[in-house]
Design a protein around this ligand. Structure first.
Ligand SMILES: [Zn+2]
Length: 316
């Protein structure tokens, strides 16, 4: 490289990343006028969004984006930096009010979303939409962007859900039922137990031959494209709660920022281990079966995890 080439390279590297507008601020020989259209400031944002010289090119590349009035786009978007997403579906993605006269197509392109306000296909779906709208429009969330709102809904790891566990009377009846199911009649007065307004005869308890009750569990996790919006939970259905003929449910949301379908399924199974009776757990998840088998084998190796002295049935 000779001296002249070196000088040119140095000049380019020193000023090459500056717009003409910037250079005009310290060099009187340079005017702050766009070189292409001779009508407008000589900077990148003008060239990209408003320069007349490139109008046809913009339309050719994307007619819809070219149709957006540039003053509706915040400066960060004009510089290709995405802002935080707003929660309100009536405004643009970044929370600006959209002028009424704007074309509906452009309103949609800029973020207007009427999904929760359009009628649903059936009553159940309408109920869900109304609930979602109620949450989204609650004043409690005003000022939060969409990400902050979802973080609030999901809460921190380990927040947990309060489960509805059996009351003391339920457990008492449960033990009477289990004694009966194992063939031990305490005395003649235990023929009948009262469950609220219903009186139930003890011989109506019907666990299987070894005293196990059926529990059906499942977990579910929504997987939208963006993990921030994913929510999940689990549910247990116990068609016959020991001590009563009534079915019962236990369910909870799984809190925390991230989760997986398997985590939801596992939460269901682990909750079934807290039930105060032996149970046959049904699941459709192969990962849970694999992990449960491994854990139970390890527990068996170490010995029975629950002592008989505790005077309640061993969950294993
Ligand atoms: Zn121009």
């Amino acid at each position: 490289m000779d001296d002249e080439a070196k000088a040119i390279t140095k000049a380019i590297s020193a000023g090459g990343d500056m717009s003409k507008e910037k250079i005009a601020q310290f060099n009187e020989d340079i005017e702050n006028i766009c070189t292409y259209c001779l009508d407008g400031p000589a900077n990148d944002v003008h060239t990209r969004w408003t320069c007349k010289a490139f109008k046809e090119d913009r339309i050719k590349i994307d007619a819809e984006i070219a149709a957006i009035p540039p003053d509706l786009l915040p400066y960060c978007i004009q510089c290709v930096v995405a802002p935080a997403m707003a929660l309100d579906g009536n405004s643009s993605f970044w929370g600006h009010q959209l002028p009424d006269e704007l074309d509906d197509k452009i309103k949609k392109l800029l973020g207007r979303n009427t999904y929760l306000k359009t009628p649903a296909r059936d009553g159940q779906a309408q109920l869900l939409k109304d609930q979602a709208l109620g949450i989204a429009e609650d004043d409690e969330w005003s000022g939060l962007n969409a990400r902050q709102f979802m973080m609030k809904q999901k809460e921190a790891y380990g927040t947990g859900s309060n489960l509805d566990f059996p009351k003391a009377t339920d457990i008492e009846m449960l033990h009477q039922g289990l004694d009966q199911s194992q063939g031990t009649r305490l005395n003649d007065d235990n023929d009948k137990v009262t469950d609220g307004e219903d009186t139930i005869t003890l011989n109506q308890f019907q666990p299987d031959g070894q005293g196990f009750y059926d529990v059906f569990g499942d977990g579910s996790y929504t997987t939208p494209r963006n993990w921030i919006a994913a929510l999940g939970g689990f549910g247990l259905w116990i068609p016959r709660w020991p001590g009563t003929l009534k079915q019962t449910f236990q369910f909870g949301a799984i809190k925390g920022l991230k989760a997986s379908s398997t985590r939801m399924e596992l939460a269901g199974w682990i909750t079934s281990l807290t039930l105060p009776f032996k149970n046959n757990y049904a699941t459709d998840n192969a990962a849970v079966v694999g992990k449960a088998t491994k854990m139970l084998a390890a527990a068996k190796k170490r010995g029975r995890p629950c002592s008989r002295k505790r005077n309640h049935p061993d969950i294993f």
